[in-house]
Write a protein that binds this ligand. Sequence first.
Ligand SMILES: *[C@@H]1O[C@H](CO)[C@@H](O)[C@H](O)[C@H]1NC(C)=O
Ligand SMILES: *[C@@H]1O[C@H](CO)[C@@H](O)[C@H](O)[C@H]1NC(C)=O
Length: 322
Amino acid sequence: MYRPSVLLLALLQGQASAHTFIWGVFVNGVDQGLFKGIRTPAYNGPPGGGGFANSPVKDLGSIDLRCNVLGDIPAPDTIKVQPGDNLTFDWKHNYRNGSDDIIDKSHHGPSLVYISPDPPAENSFVKLWHQGLYEIASFPQPGKWSTTSNLAKNGGRMSIRIPKDLKAGYYLIRAEMIALHEGDADFRKSPMRGAQFYPNCVQIEVTGDGAVELPEGVSFPGAYSHDDPGVVHNKQTAPCRTAYEIPGPTVWSGAWQETTSAPAGEITGGSTAPLWSTWIKQSVVTSATFADRASPTVVGTSTFSAQWSSTYQTPAPATKRW
Ligand SMILES: *[C@@H]1O[C@H](CO)[C@@H](O)[C@H](O)[C@H]1NC(C)=O
Ligand SMILES: *[C@@H]1O[C@H](CO)[C@@H](O)[C@H](O)[C@H]1NC(C)=O
């Protein structure tokens, strides 16, 4: 079909950690089920090495910054919502239950949510919400950051509300965490380091008779630059106790101003992700960085090339990966 053969079976040793991604979506507190509507990134390599060792996206020019690795492939299900509905994304690291750490403790950084018509086009991503450093502490304490203090402490729950009167249609929500623990380095100069981006896209269909169209937004890739102060963020010269500038545009005025806190109900479905080997037939190396911290090897740039269509792709069971 539209998917070319994905080449290269790369068996990489070691496992990059903190592969946080979305395991479920609650609509007004009701869980839609494990991985429903989610373009799950190819993160969940087997612990302990071998296989599918995708690192976070760090190359800001990579198409993987849009919806992560394999983000062009429609998930089989689309979540139906209405304007005003509250969506809660359930970010997890290793399993979808209370034992999970969501994201490594060191991974301080901002969280961001965008919306775009599906498929995205030039400048189609509009920011709905973001949160960065929200409580300042005395250096060298990190202060309170969205990823490690808000989301990780609240079970990985990230909430947004579908804009009022948003026009019916298919949209992608692009939710993201950014980890800055190695963000003092510029990835272009030190590809082993640099800020780590964890984008993840969710397919929604907005119903109803709303008339509001999204304004012009930003593109992914394109919205972020290694020159942004919030991307190359040197904790030494710009300590976390000072202001932090969240990357990307301002939040759209049409987005709800208050953050929703719809209580999430019971989780439906399992708490574990199938091993990558059950759903990925051929491994890919992406905008990867290193495989093993003990003996780091730059594994190079992407050999997986996403094939984004310019027309809406009706999800088909054939694309099912779970
Ligand atoms: C979560 O799932 C993992 C893997 O199945 C299991 O080891 C752990 O005990 C579970 N924790 C809870 C609180 O259920
Ligand atoms: C969404 O949450 C807000 C409170 O944050 C609430 O006022 C509103 O009724 C909720 N919407 C729905 C559809 O439940």
